[in-house]
Ligand binder design. Structure first.
Ligand code: DCP
Ligand code: MG
Length: 368
């Protein structure tokens, strides 16, 4: 466990950077990816904003109407999840060679364990620069990288000098680095926990580290202990490759938002036809069918149903998917996206290796 060298890579303003790459005329401009602002009247939210837009105060998860007030001159773009998924896959494939193990988190982040690829932090920093350059050259988007002795420190470091930054935290500097941060930076501490801690006069990580573990456990349960470990800069968790593919499926965004149930049901059939071929080709059976419906205002619903047996029957997926989707089809709102996937998978004996599977097949990622 000791003396590890862990890198954390996080793409800069990911969706917005991909949009700027696709539309060079938007480079240097405030680009806001999310719901259609409809002149400030819309109810959706911002998915992300380019760094130029952040100068106006625009942030992820902010109501799009507020973004419109802060930055009416911005370029407002609706998300193209399929494209972001493709760029993400290409990047994840490209960084594989730089580490013994990589662990992808969400669409735009990954941990790399570079302990055996580098002999010291100086070399690790050079490695990070190579990775950043290769991603920029090949995919035309930038990322930031943090380097530290564990995943927690690497993750906090990657956020330190965004965009296109590299931050190295040597083991002997961990305490100083983490003590300087506010508690809100720690993974798992959101606005609610932050408020409770503030009520206890705990605002910085240094103050958290000085707090009695028992007090924290009394208030936060087991997370209190985790919180205290984090405040000391400790994290023993390993970079783990995901060996198991948890689900397989497809989703599609309609070119124009749809209000006819018939069209959505047809789309479900088509999506199932597509990925069912993969289930057969790779000898995979499933027990659970999942659907996802996203309305025009980005409100998203997911439903799942689990069978008592494994099967690879195409008609079963179609029937269950439609049954699950039905309650969402007669709304006043139009639908922009529909997705179907099979999960609780069982892999057959003739199955190809998971690595092959991952590369040849375009599994859609779980997008936020
Ligand atoms: N995302 C989203 N809604 C959120 C947060 C994020 O849809 N509330 C999406 C859009 C982001 C992507 O996930 O581009 C990655 O999330 P990050 O938190 O890493 O944010 P960015 O990559 O956009 O910016 P940063 O440079 O701060 O990492
Ligand atoms: Mg990011």
């Amino acid at each position: 466990m000791s003396n590890r060298i862990i890198l954390h890579l996080d793409m800069d303003a990911f969706y917005a950077s991909v949009e700027q790459r696709e539309h060079p005329e938007w480079k240097g401009k405030p680009v806001i990816v999310g719901a259609d602002p409809e002149g400030g009247a819309a109810r959706g939210v911002v998915a992300t904003a380019s760094y130029e837009a952040r100068e106006f105060g625009v942030r992820s998860a902010m109501p799009i109407s507020k973004a419109w007030k802060l930055c009416p001159q911005g370029v407002y773009v609706r998300p193209n999840f399929e494209l972001y998924g493709k760029v993400s896959n290409a990047i994840m494939l490209l960084i594989r060679k730089y580490a013994d193990r990589i662990q992808q988190i969400g669409i735009d982040e990954a941990f790399l364990d570079a302990t055996n690829k580098t002999s010291d932090y100086e070399e690790a920093e050079k490695l990070a620069e190579r990775i950043k350059k290769e991603i920029l050259n090949k995919e035309k988007v930038t990322c930031s990288i943090g380097i530290g002795p564990n995943k927690l420190i690497a993750k906090l470091a990657s956020d330190f000098k965004k965009p296109y930054g590299t931050t190295v935290i040597h083991p002997e500097d961990v305490k100083r680095f983490i003590n300087s941060l506010s508690v809100r930076k720690l993974p798992g501490i959101g606005p609610k926990t932050e408020a409770v801690l503030k009520g206890m006069k705990i605002e910085t990580v240094a103050q958290l580290a000085k707090t009695d573990v028992k007090t924290l456990v009394d208030i936060f349960g087991v997370f209190g202990r985790t919180m205290h470990e984090m405040s000391l800069g400790n994290d023993n968790s390993e970079v783990t490759e995901e060996h198991e593919i948890k689900s397989i499926g497809r989703e599609t965004t309609f070119e124009e938002d749809v209000d006819h149930p018939e069209i959505i049901l047809k789309a479900i059939d088509k999506l199932v036809d597509e990925f069912h071929e993969e289930l057969l080709a790779f000898d995979i059976q499933f027990k659970t069918v999942n659907i996802k419906i996203r309305y025009e205002d980005f409100e998203t619903h997911t439903r799942a149903k689990t069978l008592e047996f494994y099967t690879n029957d195409k008609q079963i997926i179609k029937d269950i998917a439609k049954e699950l989707a039905l309650p969402f089809l007669h709304q006043e709102k139009k639908t922009r996206l529909v997705g179907v996937r099979a999960s609780s998978l069982k892999f057959g004996k003739t199955q190809k290796t998971l690595k092959e599977l991952r590369v040849v097949s375009s599994f859609s990622k779980n997008l936020r």
